[in-house]
Design a protein around this ligand. Structure first.
Ligand code: HEC
Length: 162
């Protein structure tokens, strides 16, 4: 009796595991990215309205550690200026979002995707990158196609480094 029960349970678990594997592999199929077009932060990738909104989030949730001028305090690095651009030059906004998602450090992931995008727009504006006509995208895959560049480069943009 106990043996039969055991077998039934094992069978049921195997079925569930099998289904999970099927679902997982189905999900693992990568989203097809349409024509990959690499842009840079010099192409007007956010709007002024977004940056204005982001300023509020920055002041309430980030400034206590990173400084009112984004200058960095103690072990919280600067998010604007020479030091910031030296470490981020050639990397992508996707990589920056990945770091930002670990923030606020005392409550990671508290922000919605829209709030992270607005806050990033604010960081870009303080770094004096030009605003444009369309909002900064919220999707990390799209942000991985936008390069941070300390100086404006000529049109042919090489592939971003990770
Ligand atoms: C409680 C303090 C604290 C708060 C609040 C905080 N941060 Fe941070 N942040 C840090 C520290 C410390 C580091 C460096 C260590 C690390 O990466 O965890 C850091 C790292 C970062 C980095 C990576 C910088 C780099 O050059 O590698 C980014 C980007 C960042 N924070 C953005 C934000 C944003 C945006 C907010 C507000 C949503 C925020 N942080 C809130 C303490 C904080």
């Amino acid at each position: 009796m106990a043996q039969a029960h055991y077998t039934k349970t094992t069978f049921a678990l195997a079925m569930i595991a099998g289904a999970a594997v099927i679902v997982a592999s189905y999900r693992a199929v990568p989203a097809q990215t349409a024509a990959v077009q690499v842009r840079s932060v010099w192409d007007g990738v956010y709007t002024g309205a977004q940056a204005g909104n982001g300023a509020k989030f920055y002041v309430s949730d980030c400034a206590s550690c990173h400084g009112k001028q984004l200058e960095g305090i103690d072990d919280a690095p600067a998010l604007a200026g020479k030091e910031f651009m030296e470490s981020w030059d050639g990397r992508t906004l996707g990589a920056l979002l990945a770091q930002m998602r670990k923030m606020p450090r005392d409550a990671p992931g508290r922000f919605s995707s829209a709030e992270y995008a607005d806050t990033m727009a604010y960081i870009l504006s303080v770094n004096k990158f030009p605003a444009g006509k369309s909002d900064l995208p919220q999707e990390i895959e799209v942000l991985r196609q936008i390069r941070l560049e300390a100086t404006k480069s000529t049109p042919a943009v090489p592939a971003p480094k990770k």
